[in-house]
Design a protein around this ligand. Sequence first.
Ligand code: SF4
Length: 473
Amino acid sequence: MSTIPQFTSSDKAQRFVQAIDKGRYDRQITAGLGKFVDNTVEAAMQGFYTEDELAALVDIQGTDRDIEQRMPVKITRHYFEQAKNSSALQQLIKASPAETYDLAGSQDPGKQMDYSPVEGLLHKYEIGLIYVASTCSAHCRFCYREELIARKDVARPDGAMAPKGLAKVEEVCGYILEHNRAVEANGGRHPESGKEKLREVLMSGGDPMVLSNKIIGNWWASLAEAGIENIRLGTKELAFFPDRFDDAFFDMLDKFHESYPRTSIRFVVHFNHPDEFLKKDAGGNFITNPGGGLEWLDNTIRSVQRLASRYWVNIDNQSPIIKGINDDSDALRILQRELKRNRIENSRFYCGRDIVGHRAFNVPIEDAWRILNESQKGLSGIESHAKLSITHYKGKTEVCAVTNAPMDVRHGENGVVIFKLYRGAGDAKLRGKVAIVGRNPGAVWFNDYEDRVIFDEAGLFPKSKDDAKPGFY
Ligand code: SF4
């Protein structure tokens, strides 16, 4: 790529940012296991970890199985209130020695560093992803960004080891300007990479909503001025701290829309389980609303309704299916029905990635497919749009089907699993390519199918030496 020009925002952007109230947010966070171990957490939170649980965690402190070396402990008061009556949410937020029993896995499972033209930016085929924050209001134990949040070294393409850096506005927007200039000058494709115009950027981390309104607004205005048409923001703040969506935030959101009316904002929210947003009665049951649906937490539904009332804002939910948290088709059915009722689209469910320690969290691929499929029985067509995805380093892949009946081909005696690439990480032409493998009920990652590949036009598996026909093994 030619030299990246320096990006400078316009007077209009600077006026917009100056007018933003940066906001003050008291999340009442407890960070670190220490306060639970010393019992210096506030009285209401004492006993959240049992003495036995804490003893087991203290036992491995300072060893290569140290829990907080893998992922620091962090919880908001709001999430604690929901988790204290939910075993699913406790599994999500409480550290456990089981996380480090098997540390097999990758620090960079998507080979992300291969797609990073400037620090903190990944540019895969049609979308840019920027790391703008290295923490969240609370920490999910299964997080696949644990290397960023725990500030671990990752391998760069040149072999150097260093923690992932965060994106800088000037560098990222300079890159976008230069990329889009080269694409336009070359008739719609970049002359070196073949990529199209960069239209969409996903702000990620960590959680961008831990940043001040001013910093978020500065990113939005700069991205809009660099030519980005759709800004996505990935956040779990509706679950961890829904009061973050307050008057100051909506004031910024509306001023942004007045200044940049052609730029859409897409929130990709992250609810894993209905216990994160629904009220329960004294018996632990969800409360039916006489007008229809179930009763949501007041501050969560208020934030959702304020977001959803703006026509230029989209809200989509994405969630992995994780062992002990939401590998439960009844919970997922309620989740999908309630989200859709309240203008949150069910976008995707994911199989866990092969991060370090993934075997503690990942549900076998075939189980995840069955759980999601069961959850969608009884949902209407528009409630059940979500597909099951698994992210191969070649691109996002759908687990399309798992069959039960034997198939009369080599490796097909117990049925087959069909994968389809949604999109290639580097090339849109790969979309729609399929791979078919013989079933392996314990498989949690692609390598568990390597010895039973039947057909692979997608290139998801290493080539066998004896493949006779293109695609066939
Ligand atoms: S909200 Fe997302 S990025 Fe943050 S800890 Fe949870 S999974 Fe990781």
